[in-house]
Design a protein around this ligand. Structure first.
Ligand code: PML
Ligand code: MG
Ligand code: MG
Ligand code: MG
Length: 255
């Protein structure tokens, strides 16, 4: 049990009404804070939502909840970056990397087909690699991974060591991908941003770690993707892990 009490702080913002009112999703974010740090962390989320390339929100919700369960701690996934000259080249590589993580081709194809049909999902779609079927509720909410964070000082040391940009976006994405990958039922993740000005995405998995691909879509495209490929998991406990199990990422900075 950690000595400190932590709080989950999460934000979602939309335009033309709330998400429930079919508003356009603008931004979301999650972190964990001590009581003392809640104002600072909530302010960072507020700032993220108010200055977003997808537009200005007219609905925002920031939720603060005390965390009662003990917080796990884990190392970030290993990282690599693949240069792609075009989105087509990047997408071919993404499919290849998913295959290497053990996702069957038919399941990858089905996921891409469903992605094209449901382009506005806010959270993640879940696909079972045994049946190829989408196994979350199938609505436009998807599953939202929550209750994770990576101390910024530690992240900055990690970024410097790996000669990567000191970017909150990479920090958030690698935090999420690491938490997801930690679960024994997770096989792989495929993600790219719904921000029109950000075209780098990644495939993450237990074999290859966090594998960035520098171009997965055209600039200006507001269609994002987040898919988790799972291996025959009991869904209720898997989703509970994604939404509720608190986790800190901590890099050993003695290397
Ligand atoms: C997002 O912005 O929603 C996801 C970004 C994924 C890629 C981050 C990176 O490694 O550059
Ligand atoms: Mg985003
Ligand atoms: Mg954070
Ligand atoms: Mg704006």
């Amino acid at each position: 049990m950690q000595a400190q009490t932590y709080f989950s702080v999460r934000m979602r913002a939309s335009q033309n009404g709330s998400h429930e009112e079919e508003g356009k999703h603008i931004s979301g974010g999650e972190c964990m804070a001590t009581y003392h740090d809640i104002p600072k962390k909530a302010d960072a989320l507020l700032d993220k939502a108010l200055h977003h390339a997808r537009g200005n929100p007219d609905f925002m919700q920031i939720t603060v909840e005390k965390i009662s369960s003990s917080i796990e701690q884990t190392e970030p996934l290993s990282i690599s970056t693949h240069e792609a000259a075009t989105a087509e080249e990047g997408q071919l590589l993404a499919k290849e990397l998913l295959k290497r993580e053990g996702v069957p081709v038919e399941v990858i194809d089905n996921a891409y087909k469903q992605m094209a049909e449901n382009s506005v999902i806010r959270g993640a779609m879940l696909f079972d690699i045994c049946t190829g079927q989408r196994v979350d509720a199938g609505n436009d909410r998807g599953i939202r991974v929550s209750r994770m964070d990576w101390n910024t000082d530690n992240f900055e040391k990690w970024a410097q060591h790996h000669k990567l940009p000191n970017s909150p976006r990479v920090q958030e994405a690698l935090t999420l991908a690491t938490k997801v990958s930690q679960h024994p039922g997770s096989v792989a993740e495929l993600c790219w941003s719904d921000d029109p000005d950000y075209v780098t995405g990644y495939v993450a998995g237990k074999k290859g770690g966090y594998q960035r691909i520098t171009k997965l879509k055209q600039a200006g495209d507001e269609t994002g993707c987040r898919v988790f490929f799972v291996n025959g998991e009991e869904l209720h406990s898997y989703v509970h892990y994604l939404e509720k199990q608190p986790m800190f990422i901590q890099w050993r900075d003695n290397q």
